[in-house]
Design a protein around this ligand. Sequence first.
Ligand code: GDP
Ligand code: MG
Length: 287
Amino acid sequence: MKTGYVSIIGKPNVGKSTLLNRLLDTKIAIVGSKPQVTRDRILGILTEDNCQCCFLDTPGIIKPVYELHRLMVAKIKRAIEDADVIIWMIDPWSGAEDFPKDLMAAKRGPVICVINKIDLVEKSKLLAIIETLKKINLKEIIPVSALTGEGVDRLKKIIFEYLPEGPFLYPVEDISDRPERFFVAELIREKIFDHFQKEIPYATCVAIDDFREREKGKDYIRATIYVERPSQKIILVGKHGEALKNIGAEARKEIEKFLGRPVFLDLWVKVKENWRKDSKFLKEIGY
Ligand code: GDP
Ligand code: MG
């Protein structure tokens, strides 16, 4: 048997979360067209044949501004240290200059470079990037499209080859180490990213206050969306609560798809000033 941790790192928006979902064939990580959607380390477990691959999706590599960002960078660092194999993901508009030398200093495992979004560029462009990457110490350079799935099966096989021998770390039926409530909060956050521009999604976090199976009727979920300022709350709630209602309806559909059962979603918005700088609060809500 082969088992190991595989960390997926790279700049925001290159497609790390999309690749994880594609590898697992399940929507486990939320995806967005805006950067920094992923805040947390997300573990996705793939067990196939005699291999168990524990993928860590990480927040995009950025320069820290808020305490929240510092926590995010610390998570990337840990994910690199813990990894048996590191996937460094880039897109066709990046190159050798994006290699995070400092962060990689602590690595133990080999680095596989994945060039994602090949559905968007010509072959010649790809070859040019691969040429620039030769000066970095990479075990493999694999072009893929996480969106269409092209190259992903080949990537999977190559990752399996680099896994160390060892017994499985998780039961074969597990796909993550996180409780359902974490994914529920993430799906709500994804809808906020879909619906709002500029600072609102970044000023938002979601806490699950209550998650109960009920004897009669659907599961009950109460969630609070925290924002930093009263003006943001007004926008998020919308006229006559329309905006919040839409987020709730869309999130509920996704949550039901994820859980495989109907739920009642009770959604609230609260103001918590400067929560991104508040270590105690960040800890409370699980960051
Ligand atoms: P992350 O920040 O690295 O986790 O990136 P995401 O997985 O959230 O993806 C960022 C954006 O790129 C989303 O809009 C995805 O749909 C898109 N995307 C991801 N992979 C591909 C790909 O292979 N091709 C194309 N065309 N778009 C992709
Ligand atoms: Mg992501």
